[in-house]
Design a protein around this ligand. Sequence first.
Ligand code: ADP
Ligand code: ZN
Ligand code: MG
Length: 483
Amino acid sequence: MYETVIGLEIHAQLLTATKMFCGCATTSQAAPNSLTCPVCLGLPGALPVLNARAVELGVTAALALGCRVQPVSTFARKNYFYPDLPKGYQITQFDRPLALDGELAWTTGAGTQRVRIVRLHLEEDAGKSVHEGFEDSDQFTYLDFNRSGVPLAEIVTAPDMRSAGEAADFFRRLRAVLVAAGVSDGNMEQGSLRCDANVSVRQVGDPSLGVKTEVKNLNSFRFLQRALDFEVDRQVTALARGEALEPGTRLWDERSGRTVQMRSKEEAHDYRYFPEPDLPLLRVEAAQVERLRGALPELPEARCLRIAERYGLDRDAATFLAQSDSLTAFFERTVAASVDPLAVLHWIRGELTRRLAETSIGLEQAAITPDSLSALIVLVAQGRLSATAAKQVFAQLFASGGSPERIARTAGLLQESDLDTLRGLVERTLAQLPDQVAQFRSGRRSVAGFLVGQVIKASQGRANPQVVDRLVRELLDRSGHAT
Ligand code: ADP
Ligand code: ZN
Ligand code: MG
């Protein structure tokens, strides 16, 4: 029996307006090489100046992950040759990173899951090699340096995950924390969040770690999970055949659904790290750390626990509602109008989610408001609107807003549920149908359905069917006993 061991290294682009060491903009939609200067092109003599905002965001990310922020950290040069790295080295943090020893924990059905964060450090991104899309792409590789020097936080976990699914789950939760903390946009398609997955297997019970491989640059949860599943399978199969595993760096090939070797241990880079002489020590004052800690917003796990507790919902529902600020706020404002949280959850999870997906607009752009949704829920609770009619009203609220009562009235959807009004109607209707009433009394209970239909017809469809049904049976039983 083998056990899987996984540790992740995540790169998150920090949400700054400008790059890490120069004033160039970080926008993603710009003509190739239009966001460059001597610093991020690595021209001789150009000197880096650290972006204070990148440090703030790095510290915020570290605090959101429960890390200890170091009062002093340093920058280093990581040397390697690659065309998208114009200086011939990347400025990163090596032996003295910005922050250490954090944790991301969350509650599952099985208990609390913890993944330790070993370190979080700052570094700059490289440029981009463009291998496709040009007439002569078969002969040339083009380079775009717009990303060169964009600030990243690298987050390294301990080897604490035990399956591909667990790793994907962690990555999802980490993304949610970074987005909630406002440090990253979490956009994986555009490369602002990606991960390297380290994986090994070992015999269950073996305390030592097995030979690991590293799968580079996974930019979707699905790829991460598929690449890890494949890699675990490959390693276990090799071990079962008595083969020795070779450590190395691999790439996920989505087309073939396999990982392929990129370089072996022997070919591993020697980065010849050394201190960056052009940058001073990075000092972060304790007061600044405390100021940033105080400014942290409510994070996903805390929010989830609060929602579950406060509204009496299960974890699954709370997780759903905690997924974004706008969704949580919409839910809480709707419930604040004193309607049943479960009813609100039902509408948000059902109709609202469906229509948002259909129209692909954000909740902020939708015309429906918490007040109008709560008013709709009240109409249903009062029995003045049937579930089916309420969906019709909802559709209109979603598209153009307004008052649910007015919409329902205009569309002739309001039901009569007032007991006295309906009792009068039932009495009058039954008085006109003595034969059917007699049939009921002589044992044909099924006639009740017909009588209910007649009452609703007499109300021109306005009467609440459940209430009418109850009243008809009450009255028939009573008159039955009376004879
Ligand atoms: P390296 O020296 O190869 O850079 P590190 O010790 O710095 O390795 O760890 C890098 C990442 O790999 C971390 O996320 C760590 O948790 C993970 N890791 C280390 N050893 C293993 C292993 N045997 N199996 C799975 N993951 C591992
Ligand atoms: Zn620049
Ligand atoms: Mg390492």
